[in-house]
Design a protein around this ligand. Structure first.
Ligand code: PLP
Length: 456
């Protein structure tokens, strides 16, 4: 009988993050200034971000050392466990071996502190005082609030209004860690006031909250910097601690994955589990299939265009080459709040465009069905976002049943769903709706892309 849990000792906590820039198999274009459309300068970005993080974004080094104070804090919950989902395999009657990496053991229940702790460390190191940020469902805000409290920094969170209303307890978590939380759009920023003037019932989106967070930092005379919890190369870099640990743990299990799966909102937990395995594909000709799972209601990778677009709603953030549904896209109010974003990490986008990563879009009802099945077999109630990865893994395992193939499937369980009871209540009540984003609305939003002539 093979083991169920694969636990690494503290001494095996990785000493370096893996930087995919070193092995990127497809060309990347730089982010452009939102106004001039010229490649962005460090001066523009240094208003927003600690210099160390900007350096990491463009570093060609494959390994970037994890500072000791960051490793010390990681040790509060890392290395995280990797488990074989034997009871799920049995329930599915699949010959496939299903493994999952569990990031829900962090203090806030998701992978997000992996980057929040690192970002707060660098801000403190450079003499910064506070971070402003956006949050969707509240997971990112909780992670950054936690990190800022560890490093004695201020934390100002703009929370997407629909989540602020639906998930008040997340706000209490952030406030417990000492953060200030505002519903976005808010009247604290000019862009927020404009959005409210257009629509007093504006539900908000990650894009609106990003615009507000940026404005609050830019107008703070250098007091505050802006932190982003996904999307950027340094965020995905910090998350690679997940995949580096998983590589060692799969080795302990004596197997190597044929398929690696992560859910994708901005791309950070997906990049975190996938990039070290993409390195093995590129350097060592491993043939692992890498799959990004997204909502059918916000189908950025599967139905968006790979083109230039602003990273936020108001056009204050850089223009990036990425998969996008258009910066004016307002995603429907699905429960996987962390996956409601019009764009996607430029690195993940380029990998999908180049055929190195596959993408699948899943309906939320199907993802909850898989999540409940996972809870009943493995015990953990997954976050609604993570349910997309669970569903994709279940689909692959069911395909193995049909073909009789004994494939090894690894997915990232990015967080637990203990703060998402309304979503589960709706699922059990049968009020959770099937929803596919209408093609007409996608085409409409794509007519409002920036007209970029930059060719690289
Ligand atoms: C925020 C979040 C996500 C989506 O963000 P990514 O940057 O795409 O990883 C997924 N799962 C959980 C649990 C989250 O909190």
């Amino acid at each position: 009988m093979t083991a169920t849990q694969f636990i690494l000792p503290e001494s095996e906590l990785p000493r370096a993050w893996y930087n995919l820039n070193a092995d990127m198999p497809v060309p990347m274009l730089p982010p452009l200034h939102p106004g001039t459309q010229e490649p962005i300068t460090p001066e523009f970005l240094s208003v927003l971000s600690p210099m160390a993080l900007l350096g990491q974004d463009v570093s060609p080094e494959a390994e970037i050392e994890i500072p000791e104070p960051v490793r010390d804090i990681y040790k509060l919950w890392r290395p995280t466990p990797l488990l074989r989902a034997k009871r799920l395999e049995e329930a599915l009657e699949t010959p496939a071996h299903i493994y999952y990496k569990y990031e829900g053991v962090s203090p806030v229940g998701s992978h997000k502190p992996n980057t929040a702790i690192a970002q707060a460390f660098y801000l403190k190191d450079e003499g910064g005082k506070a971070f402003t940020t956006e949050t969707g469902a509240g997971q990112w805000g909780s992670a950054l609030a936690l990190a800022c409290s560890f490093f004695d920094l201020g934390c100002e969170v703009f929370m997407v209004r629909v989540s602020y209303d639906q998930k008040p307890f997340r706000r209490n978590v952030m406030e417990s860690y000492g953060a200030s939380v505002y519903a976005s759009p808010s009247n604290r920023t000019e862009c927020g006031r404009n959005m409210l003037a257009d629509d007093p019932n504006h539900p908000g989106s990650l894009g609106t909250a990003i615009s507000e967070g940026i404005e609050a930092a830019v107008t703070s005379n250098g007091e505050k910097k802006y932190s982003l919890g996904s999307f950027l190369p340094h965020v995905l870099l910090h998350q690679t601690v997940i995949g580096e640990e998983a590589l060692k743990q799969m080795d302990m299990a004596g197997e190597y994955p044929d398929i690696v799966i992560g859910c994708a909102g901005g791309g950070s937990n997906f990049g975190g589990i996938a990039f070290p395995f993409i390195r093995e594909n590129v350097r060592n000709a491993r043939g692992t299939r890498i799959i990004a799972a997204e909502p059918a209601a916000c189908p950025t990778l599967t139905r968006g265009s790979y083109t230039w677009d602003w990273a936020d709603n108001a056009g204050l953030a850089p223009i990036c080459k990425m998969h996008t549904l258009g910066h004016t896209f307002i995603p429907p109010r699905i429960h996987a709040g962390g996956l409601r974003y019009h764009g996607m990490s430029p690195q993940v986008s380029a990998l999908v465009d180049g055929g190195y990563v596959e993408a699948v879009a899943l309906d939320q009802v199907d993802t909850f069905e898989a999540g409940v099945m996972f809870a009943r077999t493995e015990g953990i109630l997954p976050a609604p976002e993570s349910n997309h990865a669970v569903r994709a893994a279940v689909n692959e395992a069911v395909a193995c049943k049909a073909t009789g193939e004994e494939k090894v499937i690894l997915f990232n369980l990015s967080g637990h769903g203990n703060f998402d009871m309304q979503a589960y209540a709706d699922y059990h009540d049968g009020t959770l709706e099937r929803y596919e984003y209408p093609e007409e609305d996608i085409q409409n939003a794509l007519t409002r892309l920036p007209d970029v002539s930059f060719a690289g």
